[in-house]
Design a protein around this ligand. Structure first.
Ligand code: ZN
Length: 103
């Protein structure tokens, strides 16, 4: 049984990539590359030293809605990139990071 892709949740593929000291599963090279780029964008906009988890909830072609979490805070963002995952063309947080409720 394949682990889902850490970026898009697809359950096919089986590429591995290491980010923030954790080995993650990706469906394709584009997802693996783009995950690293999106991590950088999140760090730039939040000042977080590391990102614990990042995921794209909804992918519409080259655009996606995603979120990232670190130390109980969550940043939601809109991101656009190239089809091969080699470049982020637009990164826009949907506001400042929010504390996650503990419920
Ligand atoms: Zn993927």
């Amino acid at each position: 049984m394949a682990e889902p892709c850490a970026l898009c949740g697809a359950t096919w593929g089986g590429r591995r990539g290491t980010f923030e000291g954790k080995e993650l599963n990706f469906c394709c090279d584009a997802c693996g590359t783009f995950y690293g780029l999106a991590l950088g964008e999140v760090k730039d906009s939040t000042g977080w030293p590391i990102v614990d988890r990042l995921f794209l909830d909804q992918v519409h072609g080259l655009e996606a809605e995603g979120w990232a979490e670190h130390a109980g805070s969550r940043l939601e963002f809109h991101v656009e990139g190239l089809a091969d995952g080699s470049k982020v063309t637009l990164f826009r947080p949907n506001g400042p990071p929010q504390r996650k409720s503990s419920t």
